[in-house]
Design a protein around this ligand. Sequence first.
Ligand code: ADP
Ligand code: F6P
Length: 322
Amino acid sequence: MRAKKIAVLTSGGDAPGMNAAIRAVVRSGLQDGLDVVGVRRGYTGLLNGDVFEMNLRSVSDIIHRGGTMLYTARCPEFREKEGVQKAANKCRELGVDGVVVIGGDGSFRGARDLTDAGIPCIGIPGTIDNDIASSEYTIGFDTAMNTAVEMIDRLRDTTESHDRCSVVEVMGRRCGDLALQTGIAVGATTILVPEVEYDFQRDIIDRMRFTQKTGKKHFIILVAEGVGGVDALAKSIQEQTGIESRATVLGHVQRGGSPTLRDRVVASEMGNRAVELLKADKENRVIVMQNSKIIDLDITEALQMTRPFNVDLYRVAHKISI
Ligand code: ADP
Ligand code: F6P
């Protein structure tokens, strides 16, 4: 075993469950005889040597907390070769011989570059978007979905009382998973995602008119962030149907809050696996979930993978919510 001192950092957008992953990395590492340091604010902290020694108690009382105790950042400098080199030198200076990076695809590109610069890295998928092609699940997705469902259930109460239409935006710039799952769970009349083109008349107005004829008086139209334009959509719906319409952007509330059981358990398992890999002298690997099992893949190969959108489920959603 080469690794003696490992570092853990969170990078990119935060996600509920990141703390549970940090806790697992720290506790597994220490139990296995490694020294563990925490890096503040992702790659920015690595470049600047903003690190601190962690012990078993450093990660007490965080498993139920959203956000990340290590803070997170986006670090443009790390996208440049010089930045990566500087971080690798800082790791050598600190005696860090392995890094666990919790984040999304961008963070994994950084982890790949840092491995190439001589510091073995392991990635753990943490993002509410579920947009990592190599993994069927990312830490934070379950919590974000449940938060969105809770918020939209509240919206539904007032939407129903006023016989209105609510056009709701959930997060997901390039990936419609959050919108799809949430849309099914709240019975949205139409779900708009970046992966599927839509026709305003056919997919929104005609569907609303059809359900209206069968007695429905209130509507939820769910829109992924990557489609956007909820204000304009609400206005057009009101103009075309005469139904009072309101736009709501759920925004960053979806990124916070106490992680669900699923996120805590997956994060714990993935964190432990990352340490096992470093102990086995593995590098440039990412921990992923495939067929409900937690496995590891080469980061470079994982970054080249593509995952098709679940069109079957999308069709089911629209068949039922009518
Ligand atoms: P995520 O990890 O959630 O996809 P970002 O895309 O914002 O989030 O990436 C997080 C950080 O990872 C960036 O701020 C940057 O420091 C690093 N990063 C992103 N893309 C690259 C890249 N192509 N090469 C090296 N580092 C990168
Ligand atoms: O990657 C997670 C995510 O919340 C996306 O859904 C969203 O597009 C983006 O991050 C927002 O990022 P920011 O932190 O810059 O607002």
